[in-house]
Design a protein around this ligand. Sequence first.
Ligand code: ATP
Length: 251
Amino acid sequence: MTLLALEDLSARLGGRRVVEGVSLSVGPGDCVGLIGPNGAGKSTLLRAALGLLPAEGRSSLAALAPAERARAAAWLPQGREIAWDVSVAVLVGLGRAPHRRRGAPMSAADRAAVARAMEETDTARFARRPARALSGGEQARVLLARALAQETPLLLADEPVAALDPLHQIATMAHFARLAAGGRGVVTALHDLGLAARWCTRIVLMDRGRVVADGPPAAVLTRERLRAVYGIEALVETRDGTLLVQPLAIA
Ligand SMILES: Nc1ncnc2c1ncn2[C@@H]1O[C@H](COP(=O)(O)OP(=O)(O)OP(=O)(O)O)[C@@H](O)[C@H]1O
């Protein structure tokens, strides 16, 4: 079973090809860390995969009708701007929209999904607060809760942990790993190589629009490759069965 299939996907921005010929498939159990230097094309790849950008090639998600796509995949974009003056509970509840008929009230199942998503993101205590009156990292967790409340087979997230404190970074990555272990698929763009190494089942490394490596963290995150792609020296070591990656210096 495949949750996302990309075949020779390419996308242009401002007349330049920023994603070139990407083919990959994501299935149940995959927690994919999409990594690569600034400008490598990670956000563009995710947006093209979702059909939010015109692209050449094929994306199984982009081929779906919008309503069907919203039940197949949840999307947490990089922009964390909350535009509406609503409470946290109402905002997270919007994640249930793809499962409800227009104008229908929230069902018990909807309310349970919203409550779960708020528990998982440690946002339940903000439920009644105006979403825009929270800190940046708290707002980021609320937007993640909205995506989780959608309870889709696949979650695509663009740097979901960038604004989070270490506890919530670990909690978020551990939750993604649990979702994958439970048979869902996660693709998350990340800059934190340590978190990617520790929690992802698979790393897709992009450089200048192309996928340059795709495999288990220990196979992709080698010192040589980090030097070649990022221009950094890093500590890469396995301790008690856990892969540890810590960037140290400019190569
Ligand atoms: N609207 C745009 N017009 C032209 N070029 C763009 C536009 N948006 C992005 N780009 C370029 O496309 C390339 C890929 O950008 P993208 O945002 O996909 O990279 P990224 O890997 O997600 O980077 P980051 O790690 O910085 O978020 C970059 O070189 C960027 O400058």
